[in-house]
Design a binder for this molecule. Sequence first.
Ligand SMILES: C[S@@+](CC[C@H](N)C(=O)[O-])C[C@H]1O[C@@H](n2cnc3c(N)ncnc32)[C@H](O)[C@@H]1O
Length: 307
Amino acid sequence: MIALKNTGIRIVVLLVLQAVWLETSHSQSPGSPAIAAEVSKQEAIYQSQGEKVPVGYVTDRSLLAYASILSSEFDRSLANLGPTDRWLDIGAGEGRAILDYYTPRYDSMHQGGRERRGRKAQAVAMSIEDRRTPHWHKTAASLEANKIRYLSGKRLREYSLEELGQFQLITDVVGGFSYTRDLALFMEKVLAFLDLNGSFYSLLLDVLPENGTNRALYPDTLFLTELANADGADVSVCSWLKGIACAEVTCESRTEAKRPIEIIRVRKICNSVSVPALVSLQYQAGTPPRRRFQLREPSPGQNSTTR
Ligand SMILES: C[S@@+](CC[C@H](N)C(=O)[O-])C[C@H]1O[C@@H](n2cnc3c(N)ncnc32)[C@H](O)[C@@H]1O
């Protein structure tokens, strides 16, 4: 357990150190040349190959890395999935975490739930660009048809419920949740694709912690994902998530190398989901990008913090 925690800390430190941004952008209004330039820089990151892949763009994290980075509940949630259940990994990169799930080593490390798991859940890897490796193709060919699927060429927001269906478990490790330009639509989609009682596990790097902490406490932090209320005062991502109707949200704030990280779990508890709307104020290409959003309307019960 201690070894796992230490691995987790090392991985989190690695995650933090890998954050890289391209040069600063200036004022951005929707459709402006400035935003178009950032979008095209970001697209170049997605499509980069070989030596052109930026150092911070990690696409091959293992399932052990996922379990170390995400909420401690994730490992159990995955191990408890049965053969008719489904797991979606948004922003899967090479899909290595999914491949690790199908190994005998996974079963030997997860004796609990093994009987129930049987032939294991179906898993879907989603990535904008196709980063499948020979290892992916070999594993897919060795499993029953469609046991693992790799979807590429589109972003999460471009898929319909009819195309994807619903999932009991959705993960996102520095994928769409960290990269999207439309955080509110992203969460609407995640919750639409989640089955009732299903859970979404993710994290955000360099983000204001949930408990109303003043940003002055982080003088060295360049916040990656920022939210403001209608008056321009800071709002934590976690308190915004907690304003989503039909979502039970748990956040765990960690500080690694003096940099704040929020580990997030969202469980869908009813079907009338409603996500508080956000307007995008800034998007700066990077790994992950820097983003600033503003709540369209003041939402009751949201804690704001002073800048
Ligand atoms: C840095 S890689 C992370 C890969 C993997 N999770 C890992 O930890 O190794 C980012 C991934 O997120 C994907 N991505 C970014 N925005 C996305 C979106 N809106 N919808 C789906 N995938 C997205 C990228 O295409 C890429 O596969």
